[in-house]
Design a protein around this ligand. Sequence first.
Ligand code: RB5
Length: 191
Amino acid sequence: MTALPNNSYQKGMLKKQIQLILYELYFFAQKDVMIGLSTKQKRGNKMKIAISSDHGGNNLRKEIIQQLEELGLSYKDFGPQTNDSVDYPDYAAPVTEGVASGEYDRGILICGTGIGMSIAANKMKGIRCALVHDVFSAKATRCHNDSNVLAMGERVIGPGLAREIVATWLAQEFEGGRHERRIEKISALEK
Ligand code: RB5
């Protein structure tokens, strides 16, 4: 049996090794999420995604569209097609209308902070838009809130984290159960 470290140098080395293993496990799990999604798609998952941004989210929107293409997912890009300054509610509208009507399964909205887009999106009946800037929340909002629109801020997070958030959010199923009752209570607030 390996002896436990008995000085601070050995303890530090052990801590570093454990951190390295946890780091590798984390990336392995993330890779699985993405591979899981593309495998599902190959099996005939017909998830349709609507995406838009304002000028503050143009670059990140292009990055996420690239990711959707890599994953082989079906999407509709609602622009904008130039870098001119635009008003985010105008670009939230077609995405949220498309998701609320059932034409699209999920929506992705990007602006500078993600805040304006999420406020606008949540005005639309039937939309549960989550503003997400970490992977834990991306998973939790699908499990617990059955969020159908994801908002992110290009000026808040980098493209690598945004891609992980999108992969997690698209792959995660709603848990249902007690969360179903809470979703129904949100819908009742719309009446
Ligand atoms: C545009 O400058 C900026 O206000 C918008 O992208 C967004 O951050 C609003 O919430």
